[in-house]
Design a binder for this molecule. Structure first.
Ligand code: NAI
Ligand code: MG
Length: 330
């Protein structure tokens, strides 16, 4: 039986890269049914999705999302912020795995950043205490630490990973990061087959750049995760090749890390790889491993081959030509 998936193609290059995924899923007969979610008004103060549509997203549980343009200086709240809040997507997961045929400093990078996605330094709570002094609050709750730590170890167990590293700065933020470490350590005791270590986030960044093979799964508070996941993306050739998942208790939304690329939108030039890799993550989340492996092999094959490359990777293939090359390898 097929699984119903919320499809949010987005805008800019969103619909073009989304079509590529749909075509490839069709070609491999992946057992999913796309339930296209309508975006509503972009008007000031309005939500980007109507209550009826968000109920569909909630009920479908799993979704794939293309990039959405965030209006600057007014307009609706960012779609990502909206979905994260509505569905309590508490963990942001970013695997960074070397892509064949893309030259970078290291081969065989295979890292996963798991970032607390709801609080920490990004709680949005800040105010002026007295003129000239701002207080910017970092919120750390036991509940949020536990659920993201649990997800990190569950992820490690599901995907046969060997080690979870917790990144922190508990030497300075003794209580906040201290609580994060205490809870992560506690959860780790339930997973004796998975190694556990704690690293200062600054030291860890240096180690990542000097030798990315030192790490495996990394879990951390919000701000550190934002930065570390981009460091990891750099190690595999940039944001254009990076998929992500936003995980909640009942819902999971997968998306590429890049934006809507208005400069190349509508020109059939976009590279759909990041959304494709996100859709592969989604298939694995749904335990559809055979389809995930098959599509991944075809994508890697085309990239390794290097004949059909989109412009951003130095080639001249269009989105549809690249998609056809992948389909012909399935
Ligand atoms: P961007 O990622 O859209 O573009 C940066 C550069 O990378 C551009 O030159 C673009 O052409 C190129 N690029 C990005 N994705 C590409 C792809 N798949 N293939 C080939 N080239 C690609 O970032 P930018 O310009 O800062 O943001 C544009 C819009 O996207 C903004 O409204 C922003 O808010 C939104 N955005 C949405 C995100 C999301 O929905 N997850 C994430 C990041 C930005
Ligand atoms: Mg970021």
């Amino acid at each position: 039986s097929s699984t119903k998936i919320s499809a949010i193609p987005g805008d800019g290059i969103g619909p073009e890269v989304f079509q590529s995924v749909v075509d490839i899923f069709d070609a491999t007969q992946a057992p999913v049914i796309w339930d296209v979610i309508k975006l509503s008004t972009k008007m000031e103060g309005k939500d980007p999705i109507s209550p009826e549509e968000i109920e569909k997203v909630r009920a479908n549980k799993v979704g794939l999302k293309g990039p959405t343009t965030t209006p600057i200086g007014g307009g609706h709240v960012s779609m990502n912020v909206f979905l994260r809040r509505e569905l309590t997507l508490y963990a942001n997961v970013r695997p960074c795995v070397s892509v064949p045929g893309v030259k970078t400093l290291y081969d065989d990078v295979n890292l996963v950043t798991i970032r607390e996605n709801t609080e920490g330094e990004y709680s949005g709570k800040e105010h002026e205490v007295v003129p000239g002094v701002i207080e910017n609050l970092k919120i750390v709750s036991e509940k949020a630490c536990l659920r993201v730590a649990k997800y990190a170890f569950e992820y490690a167990a599901k995907y046969g990973r060997k080690k979870v590293s917790a990144f922190h700065k508990a030497s300075v933020m003794k209580m906040g990061d201290g609580l994060f470490l205490k809870k992560t350590r506690e959860v780790g005791k339930d997973y004796p087959m998975i190694g556990y270590e704690e690293r200062n986030v600054d030291t860890a960044c240096g180690m990542l750049v000097a030798n990315p093979h030192l790490f495996d799964v990394m879990v951390m508070p919000n701000l550190y995760g934002d930065i570390v996941s981009d460091v990891c993306a750099g190690l595999i050739g940039g944001l254009g090749l990076t998929p992500s998942g936003n995980i909640g208790e009942n819902n999971a939304i997968f998306e590429a890390v890049h934006g809507s690329a208005p400069d190349i939108a509508g020109k059939n030039l976009a590279n759909p790889t990041a959304l494709l890799l996100s859709s592969i993550m989604m298939l694995r989340h749904l335990n559809l491993f055979d389809h995930a492996d098959k599509i991944e092999k075809a994508v890697h094959g085309v990239l390794k081959d290097g004949v059909t490359k989109t412009r951003d990777l130095g080639g001249s293939a269009t989105t549809t030509e690249y998609t056809k090359a992948i389909i012909s390898r399935l």
